[in-house]
Ligand binder design. Structure first.
Ligand SMILES: Nc1ncnc2c1ncn2[C@@H]1O[C@H](COP(=O)(O)OP(=O)(O)O)[C@@H](O)[C@H]1O
Ligand SMILES: N[C@@H](CCC(=O)OP(=O)(O)O)C(=O)O
Length: 453
């Protein structure tokens, strides 16, 4: 039988590439990674590496004991370190005649849809040429507004951009645990995760000295990659050969066909009571552990992919930096999320925050409208449900919100559109269902088809 060939993104954290205390490059480990990647390439897989370590390598080069305080100095260190890091990768891959390419990204580079598609096309061209692209954040140029912030998130976005099959988040622990295994010896591993929202884990404690974000950013990356149809794996980087063993295991152990993520969980109000979700089922986890042990595959955590959202939706949610937020009422929420979704009208907007221009991206929150004042009811926590590219600026939306669209021209002196955002310019996170957002009475009203909430 012909073996399946995959597009695989491998993310290597600083702790995998540099010593936590001395920042010395871990050359032996990098060599093993190179051997593994070349083996995967020879098997016919397409591989992208997302490599951290630029700043740590720069610190070592300049004999600095810790990160400088000023941004410009950190950016200078990153420029020094990145050159050395890519040089080191090239030296190692060259030994096995594997060409590589460097791709440094900031959010700005993918904020424009055409540029995003260009970046994806370039990565695909490199993969088709048999090259291993090595991606990092362009730390030398990125300031807070255009930063991805951490390479876990960048690797999730990269995996979504190239429609990867697998994202490997390599780190210094072998699995996601119920608690940080470095501090809690009773923490138990979680091998399969079907619904990240239902995970009962403590990821609050910090990671390694040199890492950014610990486990929290890995869960964020897993959430965004799985929503794009990418199965995400956490495994230990100190034995890179494990990637090869895991890929072979996955070739023969197909995951179940993904359930459309927006139909999962929460559709049934009693879901929590009637069923134990996979991630919280110790027997299912135990069975997987036994199966891996029987097949001599090292333990690893696997976040099952979802039915992928559309590429444009993925870009709106994760590619474009958000410049503000819109708080919408329940009626608007219902209209823009129903199956034949509508555009967002000004009448459903309760509040606007931030400063943004036309066609910039904003976050959308569903919130409670105070019945007497018509303003945002601060006593009810709003829920972030997605993002939108808007047709009006923050100032203009501030003037027209709550109004019928027929009044836009009178209020602003012009009316570019009756909608604040067109339906194709909005995207929603998967799994955010009405029951998470609306009080039970209002769900019942919605179910009875009452629209004038
Ligand atoms: N629930 C958890 N399960 C596993 N690891 C956890 C958990 N909570 C916190 N951690 C910490 O996260 C660390 C990995 O994150 P980080 O140091 O940022 O790695 P990297 O540099 O590889 O991105 C682990 O070493 C561990 O100490
Ligand atoms: N872009 C930075 C790494 C940022 C980052 O996310 O680090 P890590 O948590 O170690 O993956 C660098 O090259 O130093």
């Amino acid at each position: 039988m012909k073996e399946k060939l995959y597009t695989i993104v491998i993310k290597l954290g600083t702790s995998s590439l540099c010593d936590e205390k001395t920042y010395e490059s871990r050359i032996a480990n990098m060599s093993l990674i190179v051997e593994t990647v070349v083996k995967l390439r020879r098997d016919g897989h397409r591989v992208i590496i997302v490599s951290s370590g630029g700043i740590a390598v720069g610190l070592k080069r300049m004999k600095l004991a810790r990160r400088p305080k000023h941004l410009s100095s950190v950016q200078a260190v990153a420029a020094i370190g990145q050159a050395r890091l890519i040089g080191l990768w090239d030296d190692l891959f060259r030994q096995l005649e594997q060409p590589i390419a460097q791709i440094l990204l900031t959010r700005n580079d993918i904020a424009d849809r055409t540029q995003y598609l260009n970046a994806a096309n370039t990565m695909n061209s490199l993969l088709n040429m048999g090259v291993v692209p090595i991606v990092n954040e362009n730390d030398t140029l990125s300031v807070s507004e255009i930063r991805f912030g951490d390479n876990d998130t960048l690797s999730g976005i990269t995996a979504g951009m190239v429609n990867a099959d697998y994202l490997f988040l390599m780190t210094d622990v072998d699995c996601l645990y119920t608690d940080n295994p470095r501090v809690n010896p009773d923490a138990t591993p979680i091998l399969i995760v079907d619904n990240i929202a239902k995970l009962r884990v403590d990821v609050s404690s910090a990671g390694s000295n040199v890492g950014t974000g610990g486990m929290t950013t890995k869960l964020i990356a897993a959430e965004l990659a799985t929503s794009a149809g990418v199965t995400t794996i956490i495994c230990k980087s100190s034995v890179p050969g494990n990637i090869h063993a895991i890929v072979r295991y996955l070739q023969t152990h197909e995951d179940p066909v993904p359930t459309p993520a927006n139909l999962k969980d929460g559709d049934d109000e009693n879901d929590e009571i009637t069923s134990v979700s996979l991630e919280n089922d110790p027997e299912a986890q135990e069975r997987e552990l036994e199966q891996l042990a029987r097949l001599e595959v090292p333990p690893f955590t696997r976040f099952l992919r979802k039915d992928p959202i559309k590429d444009r939706e993925f870009w709106i949610l994760h590619g474009v930096a958000s410049h503000g937020s819109l708080y919408i009422d329940h009626g608007a929420y219902r209209a823009i999320t129903r199956s034949n979704k509508a555009g967002l009208l000004p009448v459903g907007v309760i509040e606007v925050r931030g400063h943004f221009h036309t066609l910039e991206c904003v976050e959308i929150y569903v919130a409670q409208r105070d019945k007497t004042t018509g303003k945002l009811d601060e006593s009810v926590e709003p829920l972030r449900i997605g993002g939108a590219l808007v047709n009006y600026s923050s100032t203009e939306i501030g003037l027209i919100m709550g109004q019928q669209s027929s009044l836009i021209e009178e209020t602003l002196g012009f009316a570019d559109s009756e909608y604040i955002a067109y339906r194709d310019n909005m995207a929603f996170y998967k799994g955010k269902k009405a029951h998470e957002v609306l009080p039970a009475t209002e769900i019942r009203e919605l179910e009875r088809g009452i629209t004038n909430l």
